[in-house]
Structures are given as structure tokens and as C-alpha cells.
Write a protein that binds this ligand. Structure first.
Ligand SMILES: NC(=O)c1ccc[n+]([C@@H]2O[C@H](COP(=O)([O-])OP(=O)(O)OC[C@H]3O[C@@H](n4cnc5c(N)ncnc54)[C@H](O)[C@@H]3O)[C@@H](O)[C@H]2O)c1
Length: 367
């Protein structure tokens, strides 16, 4: 099954759950509703062969429930492969809360959500994603132990975003090494789309290395603040994908790599934090390959966050978190070599390695 973004209009034409295009043998989908707090959430458990399904909770103003369902199906599936390729004993899961994190997120809503997570008995473990803060996970922790990404003062590993950004930076350097022959990013023009929790720290690493950083975000206030703080230029053009850049770093939401954007892109490398960057994994992966654009698979290079939260379950410290995250550099280089050898896309290459690990565990469980 291919993971593909389809239009909201097309979604209702299919069967509601098992018939969705993004449904890919998911084990369990849980719909959660609580009238008193206004909670409307969906928890997606894709696969638990390697361990409990761990993945963050996203709060977003979805256009429709179909969009929310589609998002949780795609995101939870991505988590399965992210943990598998990173060598973690975790399955893939994710949750979405429908609503505006700025105006509708309340402590009562977060705790009620935590109770739903708890009802799954540890099959799903949550953490932060877009629209969530460490403080929100602390509220969830009040009602369930099945949460990571809690604050250090409560025994957690803290906000995973800086580690995610460091992993993306490592993956970007490896992709640059493959494409330009050097992993030094000094003077490379890097466009960072989305300067939130992860994007900001990525901007910091890039600035420290002497890259020419251009930033874009829908939040004007944030753009001004980050521009002043790091001396980054703000993208003010009409069409971001047509901009002159060496490296495109998608760090906002997914599916920005599609027919239209690939046709325009001048970047030679794509490496960013956003999940599910390819609107259609097969089609757009192949289009990038044909255009000679080095694409560092999202689920491989944005694994720093899951490495960080996994530490809370396994009890390893900061040193090991950093080591494991730095290893993203080597794995990314291996994926480029594997893809070239097998004449496939980097996405297919990373996916096949992740799938092999899951299949091997399944066989050993069954034997
Ligand atoms: N936080 C993590 O540790 C982590 C780990 C793995 C993957 N990711 C992924 O990385 C991405 C960013 O995560 P985050 O935690 O920084 O989220 P965030 O909510 O802190 O930041 C996202 C930023 O993107 C901006 N944005 C939204 N739509 C945009 C658009 N169309 N154009 C430009 N900017 C836009 C928002 O205004 C915000 O500043 C997400 O896709 C997330 O799933 C995050």
C-alpha cells in the first residue's frame, strides 16, 4: 500500500477506515470524544511488532475529520518505520487532537486525553508533536505513565525538539556530503520552512556553521524574532519552491514535496524535520531521483526526538542520546549508498531496511 495525500473531497468516497488509501494494515484506531472538555481525538496504532507504539500527539485545526483521520494514519505508519530504522524496540503510533492549540487546549482537555491513552494499557505511548509542549505532557503524566517527553524536573528527558533538530542537521550534512562531496555547510543557501521548535534549533546549527539561512513561516511575529536572533533572512518572494537555494529543509507540515513543488525546486538537497514530506512516497521519491535531488528520508533523519523520548523508557542518559543521534549521519550515508547500488529511491531504500527488521522480529516471534 502506498501512503499518499488525497483531497478531502475524495476521502469520503472510500470506506471510512479500512478502505482509506492511507490505511496500511494498522492494528487499531481509537476515536476519543469528551463533550465537557471539547476533546475530539484519534489515536492510531500502526504496528507493535517491535514494541509499544510510541509517537507524539498533534493538535491541529483540521479542515475535516477525514483530514484528521488521514493524518493520523500516515503519521502512525511513519513512526513504525522511524523506530525500526533507528534500531529502537518500539512500534508506530500517533495521535491527533482536532482543534486550535492556541485557543482550545486546556489542562482539563489534556488530562482527559491522557485518560484515553491510559485506557490502552501501554499499547500506545504518547509524546509531543505540533501544537504540544513539555508542560502538556506533564499534564498527561498526572493521569497515566504511558507518556514521554515530560519535563526533566519530573524525571523525563525534556523537550525532544532540540535533539530532533540536531539529527536533522546530521542528516543534512550527510546528504550534502553525498551531493556536493563535502559535509561543510558554510556558504550553502539553506531555506528552512517552519521555524517552530525544531526549525529554530536547526537555524541555530546552520548559522553556527556559516550557512546562508533563509527562513519562512506563517507566523510573522516568530519570523521577526528568529531573524533578529540569528541574523537569518526572511523569504519574501511569491513562491518559496522557486527560490534560489542549495538545500530545502521542510520543518512545518507534511506533503510539501509534490508534483508542483518538484517541478519548481532548484535545491539539490532536501533534508528537513517534517513528517511525511513526500505527498506520494513512490511517485515523488522517483521524481526527486530523476531530477538528481538528494533526498534524506524524513523518518530517518528526524528520529532524534524519538531517540530522546526512548531514553525515558530505557533509562539511558544524554551522552547516549547524542551518540545515537549523531549516528543518523552514518545511516544517511549508508542509505544513499544502498539506494545507488539498488537503483531505487532513498525513501524505498530506508523503508525496505526498516521493513526487514520488522519481518525478522515477526519471524523470530512466530518460530
Ligand atoms: N518536535 C519534534 O521533536 C519532532 C520530531 C520529529 C518530527 N517532527 C516534525 O517536524 C515538524 C515541525 O515540528 P515542531 O515541533 O517544530 O512543530 P512546531 O509547531 O513547533 O513548528 C511548526 C512551525 O511551522 C509553521 N508552519 C505551519 N504551516 C506552515 C506553512 N505552510 N509554511 C511555513 N511555516 C508553517 C508554524 O507556524 C510553526 O512555527 C512537524 O512536521 C513535526 O511532525 C517534530
Amino acid at each position: 500500500m502506498i501512503s499518499e495525500v488525497i483531497s478531502t473531497k475524495e476521502l469520503p468516497k472510500m470506506d471510512p477506515v479500512f478502505g482509506q488509501l492511507s490505511f496500511d494494515d494498522h492494528e487499531q484506531i481509537v476515536f476519543c470524544q469528551d463533550k465537557d472538555t471539547g476533546l475530539k481525538a484519534i489515536i492510531g496504532i500502526h504496528n507493535t511488532v517491535l514494541g509499544p507504539a510510541l509517537g507524539g500527539t498533534r493538535m491541529w485545526t483540521y479542515n475535516s475529520e477525514w483530514d484528521a483521520l488521514n493524518d493520523v494514519l500516515r503519521l502512525s505508519r511513519g513512526m513504525t518505520f522511524k523506530s525500526a530504522i533507528t534500531g529502537l524496540n518500539l512500534g508506530g503510533g500517533k495521535a491527533v487532537i482536532i482543534g486550535d492549540a492556541k485557543t482550545q487546549k486546556t489542562p482539563a482537555l489534556m488530562k482527559r486525553f491522557g485518560e484515553f491513552v491510559h485506557s490502552l494499557g501501554g499499547k500506545y505511548i504518547t509524546a509531543e508533536d505540533v501544537g504540544m509542549e513539555t508542560a502538556d505532557m506533564d499534564l498527561v503524566r498526572d493521569v497515566t505513565p504511558y507518556v514521554t517527553g515530560i519535563s526533566e524536573s519530573r524525571g523525563g528527558a525534556g523537550n525532544p525538539s532540540p535533539i530532533t533538530a540536531y539529527g536533522v542537521f546530521m542528516g543534512m550534512k550527510a546528504a550534502a556530503k553525498h551531493q556536493f562531496g563535502s559535509d561543510v555547510l558554510e556558504d550553502k543557501k539553506v531555506l528552512v520552512q517552519g521555524i517552530g521548535h525544531v526549525g529554530e534549533t536547526l537555524v541555530e546549527h546552520l548559522t553556527n556553521e556559516g550557512a546562508k539561512v533563509v527562513i519562512s513561516d506563517i507566523n510573522e511575529e516568530r519570523l521577526q524574532a528568529i531573524s533578529v536572533k540569528y541574523g537569518a533572512s526572511i523569504f519574501r518572494g511569491k513562491d518559496l519552491y522557486e527560490a534560489d537555494m542549495d538545500i530545502y529543509a521542510p520543518c512545518a507540515l507534511g506533503a510539501t514535496i509534490n508534483d508542483e513543488s518538484i517541478a519548481k525546486l532548484k535545491a539539490r538537497v532536501i533534508a528537513g524535520a517534517a513528517n511525511n514530506q513526500l505527498a506520494n512516497e513512490v511517485r515523488h521519491g522517483a521524481m526527486l531521483k530523476d531530477k538528481g535531488i538528494a533526498y534524506a528520508p524524513d523518518f530517518l533523519i528526524n528520529a532524534g526526538g524519538i531517540i530522546n523520548v526512548y531514553a525515558e523508557l530505557e533509562g539511558y542518559g544524554k551522552k547516549e542520546i547524542i551518540q545515537k543521534t549523531e549516528n543518523i549521519y552514518n545511516t544517511t550515508l549508508e542509505i544513499f549508498a544502498h539506494a545507488a547500488k539498488n537503483n531505487c529511491t532513498t525513501h524505498q531504500s530506508a523503508l525496505s531496511i526498516a521493513q526487514s527488521r520488522i519481518e525478522a522480529r515477526k519471524s523470530s516471534k512466530n518460530s
